[in-house]
Design a protein around this ligand. Structure first.
Ligand code: 5GP
Ligand code: ZN
Length: 114
């Protein structure tokens, strides 16, 4: 856990509500949802950004996608389709420096994202 990291605090249960939790991963609703379903899935381990992911994290990151699928099923967006996206770096729109995957669903998605 990193001091002053909001997602470490949320994942650790100190602030807000989780929609999913296991020993490695936590998920919670985005504060400013961009779709009817907008869940953030994070590793409990503090990793600043996608570019910092290393071989040792491969299972953890794969597990996040398994969790994303599970949440998409539970929230009823699995059949119509959903997007899982992670922004790496300021230029890509990253604003919180703890790796997170956005799960977006419940409306049509355009491509490419802006
Ligand atoms: P990024 O821009 O880094 O890809 O995504 C960060 C996301 O975190 C944004 O969608 C933003 O709305 C969300 N967010 C920022 N602060 C908080 C917070 O304190 N709680 C929750 N639930 N979401 C947050
Ligand atoms: Zn953190």
């Amino acid at each position: 856990m990193a001091e002053d990291c909001i997602f470490c605090k949320i994942a650790g249960g100190q602030i807000g509500a989780l929609v999913y939790e296991d020993d490695q991963v936590a998920a919670f609703n985005d504060l400013k949802p961009q779709a009817p379903v907008h869940v953030l899935i994070v590793p409990k381990k503090h990793i600043e950004k996608i570019a910092d992911i290393r071989d040792d994290d491969a299972h953890l990151i794969g597990h996040i996608l398994v969790v994303a699928n599970k949440i998409a099923e539970e929230r009823g967006v699995a059949e119509d389709g959903y997007r899982v996206v992670a922004n790496n770096g300021t230029g890509a729109g990253q604003s919180v420096w703890h790796v997170h995957f956005h799960l977006l669903g419940g409306r049509p998605m355009r491509w490419p994202p802006g």
